[in-house]
Ligand binder design. Structure first.
Ligand SMILES: Nc1ncnc2c1ncn2[C@@H]1O[C@H](COP(=O)(O)OP(=O)(O)OP(=O)(O)O)[C@@H](O)[C@H]1O
Ligand SMILES: [Mg+2]
Length: 733
């Protein structure tokens, strides 16, 4: 179907021109089917369950643009990952010339983001959408189209329930809401469609041929039974597989199951990949390598490793990297500068990358409670689907790697030729329902037991499985929430307490809120220091447990004895209470990590001692920052006079600094490393810096003239608001 024909479905020519300007002249068959089935009549919801790379996003774009132009209102586009949100933002920007305003909202969970009222398309994650619902953002009532990208992730135990409940709430809020669920091909897409009362579009069509096969012993056996030999360029079989496309100016993406493996592979292959880069590429890669190295003021081993790989045309990608490094790597891969990229499966969801060949080395991975487990077919297919993307390649290949002849047959039957599994809701776990039960009452979606049951009967879980399972778990959650005074019963009505309301808005687990509240009550009447508050947040489910190695036991216990006077929760008996004892020590490991961090130990040291890379540190710091903020908010609610201590610690944790650096950190452009350099040169207060001139300041290590000038103008109040805001926030210190 030519895009010009979209006029018949009410798409204005100026929209069609935008599509053409972006190289889209014909609709793909699944896109055409959706249009023929009435997608653009704006009367019905749809579920699209089609292969990877088959253009699901464009279906959403057509629907959103039509809805906005015809009847105003907003469209909410929910994605699973922040990185994907950015990719969508770039894609949707093409409609800005039509006056359609596109925004992204992923951060700060304690805000209703009123500024979003001015936007038409809002891209967000399911967690952020959930938090916006809790803040009763007024503009949510104006949402007319909800797109749930990667809706099959309802199956995910960690994040699926939030997606599912968010969809149910938005539908409840606006019964006319049109939902568009974009799904991978799954066995029970019809169930999702029935749940949403939606039309289902299914297809096996893919715009770019994707051949799938298994490699063993020098050859690839493809799903059409053809066999090709892999040229033995080197002695390493995986290298040969990865480099074959590179020889013909293609690129390879290699999925492995651990972060360490991504690094080892990229380093290993860098010795050979460098032979495949041209002179002009060498120069560009050198610049990118420097950029990746200098993302941190003091580069760690991982940064150096990454930079070394990039120089040679290879790279690795995993959650331990800083977000900026991941972005740099993705961009360099998209620009065909990095030839071989090794990654953990986090890169598998929805992104468009120019991988002509995807290689999946591992089909097993370690699961905390199950040990080594087989990766589901659905996920393997998602990884395969990163190969052969329309923008980049004319064909794609996805290859699993077998270590024996038998394994080759196994992989062929159980992955390559297998149908992806059905998906199941994971809502009926008490830990999950606790959170959503509270939020449902707080936001007024229900105010009685029956009301709760009725609300949850609209979820995918109730549609799919026995509702009584859910009822039992809801009642248990209610008991907990009432016992801990987050909710109270008044006759047949259930109402939130101020503590319950604030907990829900703060977007923390009710269990965490209870831990933080109890810690604050304990803190009220005794001497406390940073260890006290760090111990409180370390016990929350959000921060999770740090893995205790044998040698950690003694170190953590020593640490506990040393700081015993400041611990809010005492040392349990190893003999009487072994389970709590272990949990206590594991929490203390988290405390030790944060203590090291705010004592300014280097990231390199943290990497060695705790095996945490810059990305992990960032994640932990972000969570701790949020929990300390929440703790201060709960403290305000209960009028506990220790809030200043908590807030001070919050700033220290945020920046990883000792108390003495608090004044310097208020300056924009000054992080922990630079603040320390200034301090060491005698600039201890803002007053000291005021007295110095630009020349003197720029002589301080890591400062330089540009930053020195910026610091001076911040202090003279000439510059930007940021510095001033930061200062007023921190004026107390
Ligand atoms: N009709 C079309 N003509 C040309 N290119 C198209 C068309 N529709 C989509 N594309 C391009 O195809 C690529 C893949 O599309 P998209 O990202 O929407 O795939 P998807 O179905 O969401 O895949 P995944 O399951 O991997 O998320 C994009 O680069 C997009 O610009
Ligand atoms: Mg997609």
């Amino acid at each position: 179907m030519h895009v010009d024909e979209l006029v018949d479905s009410g798409i204005p020519t100026r929209v069609i021109e935008v599509l053409k300007d972006n190289g889209i002249t014909k609709l793909y068959p699944p896109q055409r089917d959706a249009v023929y089935e009435g997608l653009l009549d704006l009367k019905e919801s749809f579920v699209i369950a089609v292969p990877t790379a088959s253009g699901k996003t464009l279906i959403a774009e057509l629907l959103m643009v039509k809805s906005i132009l015809d009847r105003g209102g907003k469209c909410l586009y929910i994605v699973p990952l922040r990185a994907l949100a950015n990719e969508k933002l770039e894609e949707f920007r093409k409609y800005e010339k039509l006056g359609i305003r596109v925004a992204i909202s992923t951060g700060d969970y304690d805000s209703s983001d009123p500024w979003l009222t001015n936007y038409d398309i809002i891209i967000t994650t399911s967690e952020k959408a959930d938090s916006l619902l809790r803040h009763r953002s007024e503009w949510l009532g104006m949402v007319k189209v909800l797109v749930a990208d990667e809706i099959h992730l309802i199956n995910d135990a960690g994040r699926g329930p939030t997606l599912e409940v968010t969809i149910a709430k938005l539908r409840h809020l606006n019964p006319q809401l049109i939902v568009l669920g974009l799904s991978a091909t799954i066995k029970n897409a019809d169930e999702i469609a029935s749940w949403l009362n939606a039309k289902l579009i299914k297809s096996e069509w893919r715009p770019v041929t994707l051949r799938k096969g298994v490699y063993f012993n020098g050859e690839i056996l493809f799903d059409d039974s053809s066999i090709i030999e892999v040229e033995p360029l080197t002695n390493g079989e995986l290298f040969n597989l990865a480099l074959e496309p590179v020889k013909e100016s293609g690129q390879s993406l290699v999925f492995v199951n651990t972060r360490a493996s991504t690094e080892r592979f990229a380093l290993d292959i860098s010795r050979i990949s460098k032979k495949f880069i041209s002179n002009s590429e060498t120069k560009a890669l050198k610049d990118i390598a420097d950029e990746a190295l200098n993302v941190l003021a003091e580069p760690t081993r991982i940064c150096k490793r990454l930079s070394k790989c990039i120089e040679c045309g290879s790279a690795f990608h995993h959650a331990g990297l800083a977000a900026e490094q991941r972005r740099i790597v993705e961009e360099a891969f998209k620009n065909n500068l990095i030839k071989v990229l090794s990654a953990t499966p986090t890169l598998a969801a929805g992104v468009n990358l120019p991988a002509r060949r995807v290689i999946i080395r591992d089909y097993k991975r370690y699961e905390p409670s199950l040990g080594q487990s087989h990766i589901p077919v659905l996920e393997i297919h998602q990884m395969c689907g990163r190969a052969g993307r329309p923008k980049y390649d004319e064909y794609g290949e996805a290859i699993l790697v077998a270590k024996s002849f038998d394994e080759r047959s196994f992989l062929l039957d159980n992955y390559i030729l297998a149908e992806p599994e059905a998906i199941y809701s994971k809502l009926a776990m008490e830990s999950v329902l606790r959170v959503h039960t509270l939020a449902t009452i707080v936001t007024g979606f229900a105010n009685t037991k029956q009301g709760l049951i009725d609300f949850f009967s609209k979820t995918f879980f109730s549609f799919q499985q026995d509702p009584w399972v859910l009822e039992g778990a809801i009642m248990k959650s209610l008991e907990f929430l009432m016992r801990e005074s987050l909710l109270e019963e008044k006759g047949e009505y259930i109402t939130p307490t101020p503590f319950g309301s604030r907990t829900s808005e703060l977007y923390i687990d009710p269990v965490s809120a209870v831990i933080l509240r109890n810690a604050l009550f304990k803190a009220r009447d005794r001497d406390t220091n940073e260890i006290s508050y760090l111990q409180a947040i370390a016990g929350t489910p959000e921060l999770g447990k740090m893995y205790l190695r044998k040698k950690d036991y003694d170190a953590c216990l020593e640490f506990a004895y040393e700081h015993e006077n400041y611990l809010l929760f005492g040392i349990p008996s190893e003999i009487i209470d072994p389970w709590n004892f272990e949990e206590f020590l594991s929490n203390l490991k988290t405390v030790m990590f944060f203590k090291d961090w705010i004592e300014e130990v280097s990231e390199e040291f943290l990497l060695k001692k705790y095996n945490l890379g810059p990305g992990d540190i960032h994640n932990k710091v972000e969570l701790a920052d949020w929990l300390l903020y929440s703790m201060a908010e709960i403290g305000k609610l209960f009028k506990i006079p220790k809030i200043r201590e908590v807030l001070k610690l919050r700033v220290r944790v945020k920046h990883g600094i000792k108390e003495e650096l608090l004044p310097l950190i208020t300056l924009r452009g000054i992080g922990r490393a630079r603040a320390r350099r200034l301090f060491a040169r005698g600039y201890r207060t803002l007053g000291d810096i005021r007295k110095a001139d630009v020349k003197e300041l720029s002589r301080v290590e890591m400062i330089g003239e540009k930053l020195a000038k910026s610091i001076k103008s911040q202090l003279e109040g000439k510059e930007e608001k940021v510095g001033i805001e930061r200062q007023s926030r921190l004026a107390d210190f």
